[in-house]
Design a protein around this ligand. Structure first.
Ligand SMILES: NC(=O)c1ccc[n+]([C@@H]2O[C@H](COP(=O)([O-])OP(=O)(O)OC[C@H]3O[C@@H](n4cnc5c(N)ncnc54)[C@H](O)[C@@H]3O)[C@@H](O)[C@H]2O)c1
Ligand SMILES: N[C@H](C(=O)O)[C@H](O)COP(=O)(O)O
Length: 333
């Protein structure tokens, strides 16, 4: 199958979360949003159960990846994971962890083989997977490991959350906040900036991406009086990036770089810590934001929200972030 003709592959995510529901709703909205064909990696019996319970009138067809595009017009194509998924809404079950992990591994294998052009992941519960022995902090880091497994070489995956009005990159991701200053090295900042600049040019067709770096400390350190990371680590990394031809500015005070006029001056904001980056985007565009993994030899997108166990099974989950994730994966792959 040629890459552009191939469908997207979507993972089940945690089957006790809202993933199955928003996927069914996205399929029902496929024509309204002009979605490219996709298939789901899941247990067809479980997805049929969710559709029945939520009264979502979706025809489901178990199929193979090469039949998915044809099936997509009249039924939701599901490639079976070969697990009997329990997926009771709102109650993550350790017995389902293997199927959740398998879906991610198989989705990457599908993309590597050319059976799919890009992967879209439904949310996983990190703590539920950790309890089951999953050794990776999140999708982003796991996908770097899978890329290494398939393609070899050192692989670094960079998280970006994207919406029309703002794109953000957390430079450190799934680590305790107290560890972030220690992990924030010049090399990490330079590598993250180079990956972001390269993929924004290659995949988002921004000719000369403008990167804006946030400081770590209040007021970006106030010339060293409120912390020295800006002077000792972040500014030298920005200077290195500039010397390598990347358009980089900062370090900017993190609290004042997200208002509309400031946002107009850059294409992506890179922040030392996870929440510095994710709070502004999830405040501005929670229902539309897309998590995109940069730096990999394949495209992966995901909704910007999590498993939402508190509303799973109630039929009220908003599918728009997943819909935008599917659209973006189609656009940039
Ligand atoms: N891509 C991913 O796999 C991903 C992303 C973020 C969080 N998570 C995981 O999700 C779990 C729960 O995280 P959380 O509670 O911080 O965030 P969450 O996004 O699951 O939920 C936060 C709040 O937003 C609401 N919400 C989320 N998505 C919604 C939707 N589509 N429609 C309507 N309301 C929605 C929830 O009901 C909840 O009140 C955690 O284990 C976390 O690790 C996974
Ligand atoms: N850090 C992300 C967020 O808070 O939205 C989320 O946990 C997803 O991370 P992965 O895509 O690495 O699972």
């Amino acid at each position: 199958m040629t890459k552009t003709a191939a469908p997207l592959v979507v993972t089940q995510g945690d089957p006790s979360g809202i993933g199955p529901e928003i996927l069914l709703k996205a399929y029902l909205a496929r024509d309204d949003y002009g979605l490219p064909p996709f298939f789901l990696l899941a247990d067809p019996a479980h997805i049929a159960r969710v559709a029945g319970e939520l009264q979502l009138d979706v025809k489901i067809e178990a199929t193979a990846p090469d039949k998915a595009c044809k099936t997509f017009a009249h039924a939701l194509p599901i490639v079976s994971l070969d697990y009997d998924v329990r997926g009771f809404p709102g109650r993550p079950d350790p017995a389902d962890a293997a199927s959740t992990i398998s879906a991610i591994e198989r989705a990457v294998a599908c993309v590597v083989k050319g059976d799919a052009r890009a992967l879209v992941t439904n949310p996983i519960s990190k703590s539920a997977l950790y309890d089951a022995g999953f050794a990776h902090p999140g999708h982003t880091e796991f996908l770097a490991t899978l890329a290494h497994r398939h393609y070899g070489g050192a692989r670094r995956a960079v998280m970006m959350i994207w919406a029309e009005e703002l794109a953000v990159v957390p430079i450190t991701i799934h680590i305790p906040l107290s560890d972030a200053p220690k992990r924030l090295t010049r090399d990490l900042i330079v590598e993250t900036g180079e990956i972001a600049a390269r993929d924004l040019a290659a995949r988002f067709h921004i000719e000369k991406p403008r990167l804006a770096f946030a400081g770590l400390n209040p007021h970006a350190g106030e010339n060293g009086a409120l912390g020295r990371e800006e002077i000792d680590v972040i500014a030298p990394a920005i200077a290195t990036l500039r010397a390598r031809g990347v358009e980089a500015s900062g370090p900017h005070p993190a609290d004042t770089m997200f208002h509309a006029a400031a946002r107009a001056t850059y294409d992506v904001a890179l922040c030392p810590t996870h929440d510095q980056a994710l709070i502004p985007i999830k405040t501005l565009a929670f229902e539309r934001g897309v998590n995109v993994t940069l730096g990999l030899p394949f495209v992966r997108t995901s909704p910007d929200h999590g498993t939402a166990f508190d509303i799973a099974g109630r039929g009220v989950a908003d599918p728009r972030s997943l819909i935008e994730a599917i659209r973006l994966a189609g656009r940039i792959s």
